[in-house]
Structures are given as structure tokens and as C-alpha cells.
Design a binder for this molecule. Structure first.
Ligand code: GDP
Length: 526
């Protein structure tokens, strides 16, 4: 097969949802369609159970599970599909944001009872940054959910994206009778607890086909026809280009746990979802079909077994062919590296890969040379763009508790930051180190891992910091003046970029008003 054919075969997407919406269940059903797994229950949830917060072994076990389910590949109708799983727990949101940089599209799961939830809104913001195409699956139709039109309105409003229903529910909860597939113009009747792999689909000739009445009660048919008329009146016809541009989200309805409405989603997905797309480096746009290999690291996972202190770096291949044992250029370190040990991820198992193509995710064993955002190429010098850090939500100061172990602490902090566990900010004044995280759980993870893996004892003390804002200005002199004026509140991130550490919302607003020539950014890339 040619490189071009390999590329056209691939669909790499992320599956995102607010916890409990049904992400794990849907993933499992998708894998069942692909024949990648045989039984239900084979996919483990990567949820971190809040109840087990203080139980370290449990959290580590759960982290282990999330490695196993990080990437799941399967074949379906001649395509190679890669699903990237994302942690649902909001404390690990940063992990999810980074994973989204490695996908070409997204499937978003929404619970029809709860509608659009907080985490979904945040995730959508990240998708919008790169205009990632989004397909929605409204789940749990077997429950008494909200009105379909209301749900669609809420998506448009809260997620700021136009929608286009591609299937339509016939009843809901106890009265759920099926879904009408607007994309294929057929009818899928609902029987609870379907275990079959392929659902029974009734072929009909459009919504006016009298055959509908053989399958549904008259009242349902009447209501369905009215609703479909309304749908076609309210929503523009589906336009694939608008979807690919991230302007409109096609929406499917179903029930993942009953494997209902999932095939419709998958069959539409493989027709409309984009194959690997071109990506930007600092120097230029790189097309997937370019002959020379390139890729970037978007996730690093440490081996939790202290006896084997290696890490797995997850790389997304962007162009050319990755060949095991080849030398590749490490753009940040400006030197070649050889990767003799690359792993591919298929559902349930890891296997050694000899070759991998754009869209594929490979695991590289690493002993500390790689970090998130690193780019590997066959000579190309620019780093891939688009893996920003987001301003953390919580900040604490690192206090070393053992003066003899300062080196260990520094090394541990650096390596854990490379893995993306948290972000480190070093103040210009007094070299105070402040760690920023998305959730409180990371401080526990840090403290535990520093001690167990680096033999470093540290405490994390509260500090009054509200936000870290990366700063820039058109005029360097103005930036210098600002840094001088506010030197007590200026820190540098791990890349050495200047950050303004604001103590409160009101104060940040005031400073912004007083310094109109300084730009304040919530993310590290602007
Ligand atoms: P995740 O946190 O998004 O991965 O959610 P899970 O897939 O673990 O699902 C959360 C809960 O919702 C589980 O108890 C599932 O069995 C349940 N669930 C998933 N899909 C459906 C569905 O279609 N209907 C109903 N009633 N429950 C569902």
C-alpha cells in the first residue's frame, strides 16, 4: 500500500465527555463493532474514583488502567480507526487538552438527562482553538431525558456551535421506540438490552413511506413526521465542509449501554470524519503525505513500578513513515535519537511496531530525553505548534523539607513537569518555586511520587495566587518596564517564558487597565 493509501485509511479521534455521560460504554461498543474486543466489560473506565483518593495503590492502579486504555486501535470497513481516550476526572483536564492536540476530530458524548455539563463546555473551548470537527452523541435515550429540541438548543448556546441532527429519537425513556436515521433515511427500532452486534434496521423510502406505519403506532408516526418536518425547517441541510471546519456539529441520538444508535454514529463517522490533516510547525505547514517522517509527543506516562523507572512517551505521527530502529532528529535537543523500541496500541494489547503512518499513535520508551511538545523529524527543524499550557487553577509553593536532598527534589520536579503532571513557575525574586495544577489531586500525586521515586521530601504551601498569565507586548521596552514595575509578581515557566502571577481577579483587572500595552494570556501559546 502507498503512503497516500495508508493515510486515507486512518481516522484518529478523541472521545470526550463530562464524567458519567457514557464515554467508556460508547468506546466499548465501538470496539465491539470493529471486532477489536469480544465481550462487554472489556474496556476499563479510566475514572479516578474520588472515594479512593487517599489510597495510593488504588490511584496507581487506576493510573495503570488509563495507560492501557489511552489509545485503542481497531479496523472497521477497511479503515484503521484510532480512539484516544481522555481522563474524565477534571483534575486531569490538562491531560485531556493535550490529547486533543493529537486527534483529527472528536466525538462528544452528552447525557440526555443532564444536558451540557461543565466539563463538556471546557472541552469544547479546546476543540474550538483548533477548529477540530465535533460529532455529538446524545446518550441514555432509554432514560426519561430532556426534549430533543431543548437539548439541541442547549448545545448551540452553551457550546457555541451550530448543530445538525443526523438521527432523531422516536420517544424517550419508557416510550423509546427507535431512532430515525436522517443521514441514511432508515429506521432503527429499539428493543431494550440488545446484545447483537448489528442492530436491525428497517429500510424505508424516506419519512413519508407508508411502511413506517407497519413498524410504529400511528400516533408515533404522526409525531415523528411532524418533528422531522420541523427539524428540516429549523436546521440547514448537513454540509460536510462546515463540519470539517468545526462550524457545525452533526448530532446522533442513542443509548450506548443498549448498543442502540451507535452503528449509525460509526457509519456516519467513517464517511465524514477527516483523515490525518496537515499540521503547523514553527517554520511551515507539514502535509501528512510528505515522505519524511515527523511527529510530536503529547503525553508521557511514567512507569509506576520504581524498579523499572522508564517512561512511555506517546507520539502522534504527522507525516511520512516511522520505522523502528531508525535515527530521528530531536528538534529541541538538536541531535539524533534512535528508537528501537516502539509500541503500537491496539485494543487490549500492546504490540511492537516496525512501521507506523500519519494518524497513528506510537509509544516510545524513554529514559528522560523526551517531554511533552517535543518534535521528532527526519531533519526538519521546527517544533510542532499547538500544545499550549493553560493557566492552572490552583497554586502552591514548593518547600523543600530536606536540605540534603535539594538536587533530588529539583530533578524530580523537572521530570514530573516534563510528564505534564503540573506546571512549575519560578519567581524572578528569590527563586521561589510555585507549582500550578488543575486539581488538588495532583499535589498529592506530586508529593507521593517525589518521595517514592526521587527520595525527595517536599511540602506544598498555600499561596495567594489567582492566575498565571503569560505576558507579551508589541514593544519590548514596554514589556521590560512592566516586568521592572511588577518584578515581585513575575515568574518564568519551564520554557523561560514570562508569566505574571496575579493575586486576585480584581487586581488582575486593575493591572490590565493600567497597562493597556501589555497582553495577558491564559495559555502559553499565543
Ligand atoms: P464515562 O464516565 O463517561 O466513561 O461513563 P461510563 O461509560 O462509565 O457510564 C457511566 C454510567 O452510565 C454507567 O453506569 C453506565 O452503565 C451508564 N450508561 C452508559 N450508557 C448508558 C445508556 O445508554 N443508558 C443508561 N441508562 N445508562 C448508561
Amino acid at each position: 500500500m502507498t503512503l497516500e493509501q495508508e493515510i486515507q485509511k486512518r481516522r484518529t479521534f478523541g472521545i470526550i465527555a463530562h464524567p458519567d455521560a457514557g464515554k467508556t460504554t460508547l468506546t466499548e461498543k465501538l470496539l465491539l463493532f470493529g471486532g477489536a474486543i469480544q465481550t462487554a466489560g472489556a474496556v476499563k473506565s479510566n475514572k479516578i474514583d474520588v472515594g479512593t483518593r487517599s489510597d495510593w495503590m488504588e490511584i496507581e492502579k487506576q493510573r495503570g488502567i488509563s495507560v492501557a486504555t489511552s489509545v485503542m486501535g481497531f479496523d472497521y470497513k477497511d479503515l484503521k480507526i484510532n480512539i484516544l481516550d481522555t481522563p474524565g476526572h477534571e483534575d486531569f483536564a490538562e491531560d485531556t487538552y493535550r490529547t486533543l492536540t493529537a486527534v483529527d476530530s472528536v466525538i462528544m458524548v452528552i447525557d440526555c438527562v443532564k444536558g451540557v455539563e461543565k466539563q463538556t463546555e471546557k472541552l469544547m473551548e479546546v476543540c474550538r482553538m483548533r477548529n477540530t470537527p465535533v460529532l455529538c452523541f446524545i446518550n441514555k435515550l432509554d432514560r426519561e431525558g430532556r426534549d430533543a429540541f431543548d437539548l439541541l438548543d442547549e448545545i448551540e448556546e452553551k457550546l457555541d456551535i451550530k448543530v445538525r441532527p443526523m438521527s432523531w429519537p422516536i420517544g424517550m425513556g419508557k416510550s423509546l421506540r427507535g431512532v430515525y436515521n436522517l443521514f441514511e433515511n432508515n429506521l432503527n427500532l429499539y428493543e431494550p438490552s440488545k446484545t447483537k452486534k448489528v442492530t436491525d434496521v428497517v429500510e424505508i423510502k424516506g419519512i413519508d413511506d407508508p411502511a413506517l406505519e407497519q413498524h410504529l403506532p400511528q400516533s408515533s408516526v404522526k409525531e415523528l413526521r411532524e418533528e422531522i418536518e420541523l427539524v428540516n425547517g429549523v436546521y440547514d441541510p448537513f454540509d460536510t465542509q462546515q463540519y470539517l471546519d468545526g462550524k457545525v456539529a452533526p448530532v446522533f441520538f442513542g443509548s450506548a449501554v443498549n448498543n442502540f444508535g451507535v452503528r449509525e454514529l460509526l457509519d456516519c463517522f467513517i464517511q465524514i470524519a477527516p483523515p490525518p490533516v496537515p499540521r503547523e510547525t514553527e517554520e511551515r505547514q507539514i502535509l501528512p503525505e510528505e515522505k519524511k517522517f515527523s511527529g510530536f509527543i503529547f503525553k508521557i506516562h511514567a512507569n509506576m513500578d520504581p524498579k523499572h523507572r522508564n517512561r512511555i512517551a506517546f507520539a502522534r505521527i504527522c507525516s511520512g513513515v516511522f520505522k523502528r530502529g531508525s535515527n530521528y532528529y530531536h528538534v529541541r535537543q538538536e541531535k539524533p535519537f534512535r528508537f528501537s523500541n516502539a509500541t503500537a496500541f491496539m485494543a487490549q494489547q500492546k504490540e511492537t511496531v516496525d512501521e507506523a503512518f500519519p494518524g497513528d499513535i506510537i509509544g516510545l520508551y524513554d529514559t528522560g530525553n523526551l517531554k511533552i511538545g517535543d518534535t521528532l523529524t527526519e531533519g526538519e527543524k521546527g517544533l510542532y505548534k499547538g500544545i499550549p499550557s493553560f493557566s492552572p487553577e490552583l497554586f502552591r509553593e514548593v518547600i523543600n523539607l530536606d536540605a540534603m536532598k535539594a538536587k533530588q527534589l529539583e530533578k524530580g520536579l523537572n521530570q514530573l513537569m516534563d510528564e505534564g503532571v503540573a506546571q512549575l513557575f519560578t519567581f524572578e525574586m528569590g527563586s521561589r518555586k510555585v507549582v500550578g495544577t488543575v486539581g488538588a489531586l495532583q499535589f498529592e500525586v506530586l508529593q507521593h511520587r517525589l518521595l517514592n521515586e526521587y527520595n525527595a521530601k517536599a511540602r506544598f504551601d498555600a499561596v495567594s495566587i489567582y492566575k498565571a498569565c503569560w505576558i507579551s507586548a508589541e514593544d519590548d521596552a514596554k514589556l521590560d518596564a512592566f516586568v521592572k514595575d511588577k518584578y515581585r509578581h513575575i515568574a518564568k515557566d519551564k520554557e523561560g517564558k514570562l508569566v505574571f502571577m496575579a493575586e486576585s481577579k480584581a487586581w488582575l483587572q486593575m493591572v490590565q487597565d493600567n497597562f493597556p500595552d501589555i497582553q495577558f494570556h491564559n495559555i502559553s501559546e499565543f
